[in-house]
Design a protein around this ligand. Sequence first.
Ligand SMILES: C[S@@+](CC[C@H](N)C(=O)[O-])C[C@H]1O[C@@H](n2cnc3c(N)ncnc32)[C@H](O)[C@@H]1O
Length: 251
Amino acid sequence: MTGYDVLAEVYEWLISDGKLPPAEFAASFDDVLRLLPPKARILDCSCGTGQLAVGLAGRGIQVVATDASEAMVRRTAALSEEHGTSVQTLQATWEELPDHFQDNTFDMVFCVGNSLHHAAGATGRTAALKSMSRLLRPGGRLVLTSRTWELVRSRGSRLDISNHLVRRNNRDAVIIYRWDIAPNWDDEHHIEIAIAQVDPTGPVLVRSELLSCWPYQHKQLEADLHQSGLHTSLTTFDPNAENYLVVATKL
Ligand SMILES: C[S@@+](CC[C@H](N)C(=O)[O-])C[C@H]1O[C@@H](n2cnc3c(N)ncnc32)[C@H](O)[C@@H]1O
């Protein structure tokens, strides 16, 4: 099970201050965006609430934004309208993408923000990566960011409660992550995320969702990319850092 339809309502509480403005989210990828040819076409295939897609479209790039969650796609379309951009939006899982787009369509595909671990196990992950690879033109690049699961698993099951209030839309919230770490890498893991909005007059409004995920090691991801016709041209993997970026080029 992979949800996000509930979290979509409150997803801005989960985005860091620095990435909330679409232009700043896009700017965080400036180094890879420099590699694009003129008149590039980009796919953001797990667009969430659309900050990256809208930031890219704001630069005049042709952007398609897709996501498995209908509510996320609606939020991306609304954000695009709000910013006067024309992001093309579509609800589609990774595996469904080749039903909607021809092979070799995009110069760059983004799958960022801890999305790929929602693909169901090694089989689901390879199927997802193969879809992304098909849609890239030869020489095109997949840009992926990931949690460092080596680090996450080493900490075991736990509860993480934010040590400060996060303020969005004039409301403060406590952010809670419950990590359910399974015994083996290949097992289904769970993350439960709760956003508890605290009203100064007393009430607390909670929105939460239980998400399934299947972690992978960096070396496994590299093997999966290779199996999908992609080769790693850049990785920032560091076993002691929380997140990393991988850029993989279609052969
Ligand atoms: C953690 S959010 C990241 C959203 C956005 N990329 C960001 O950085 O803010 C993960 C996203 O992956 C999407 N997702 C999960 N499984 C998916 C699948 N099988 N196909 C496409 N999108 C999926 C979710 O709906 C959600 O929007």
